[in-house]
Design a protein around this ligand. Sequence first.
Ligand code: HEM
Length: 250
Amino acid sequence: MVKSYPAVSEEYLKAVDKAKRKLRGLIAEKNCAPLMLRLAWHSAGTFDVATKTGGPFGTMKNPSEQAHGANAGLDIAIRLLEPIKEQFPILSYADFYQLAGVVAVEVTGGPDVPFHPGREDKPEPPPEGRLPDATQGSDHLRQVFATQMGLSDQDIVALSGGHTLGRCHKDRSGFEGAWTSNPLIFDNSYFKELLSGEKEGLLQLPSDKALLSDPSFRPLVDKYAADEDAFFADYAEAHLKLSELGFAEA
Ligand code: HEM
């Protein structure tokens, strides 16, 4: 996708830089990188390429979108972010939530994901039901990521590596447990754990395990488990695409 980024003012760029510093502080203080990454992803992952609706356009600030089943717990992220957002009224929520996702990856040791400002806030949340269902397999992942969002097989596997951060909560998704033994560090351990099989105390969702059995996904799991640099490079590219779905299309 060729991009044509909008011009933003000097003042806006300064606010982005300053907000980024505040986000680093908040995330370090609250250990909330995983929740911030999930917020950014659930904000963007509703994009529908056919109708150009949904996507990373700030609609998650709307309580009706926070109330979607897939978003359980994200109201906490919104609440944590609001005191910082109030300091930067010039920023769109759209940019701010995506910035939080980029900073979450950065401060936990992950790759630098490029950030381009200028997203505008949209008034209407997308319809419920566009985010992936953890109980399903490869066909469903392709339906959501490829057909709906317009991303590739490589993006699906690289982005699934986001589960190197954080954990599942029984009261949010019905699942319980972390994918790795270091859920506040962004590294390639998600792929290593996936290959080493189920382990006491750790979790693999059906949608994670689907990456092992699919002939197109599996070689990428093997590659990312063996080569963290390759994972970081592909992750950064995929996260950038995700964060800009429907934004700055030339
Ligand atoms: C491939 C399809 C995906 C499915 C089915 C899925 C499903 C889930 C589920 C069920 C949870 C647990 C929520 C909870 O109980 O708190 C979760 C958490 C999480 N997901 Fe995903 N996810 C997917 C893709 C992604 C992507 C693309 C990213 C980011 C690049 C991501 C990042 C996260 C993070 C960081 C958490 C942990 C949140 C926390 O610790 O509070 N997920 N995901």
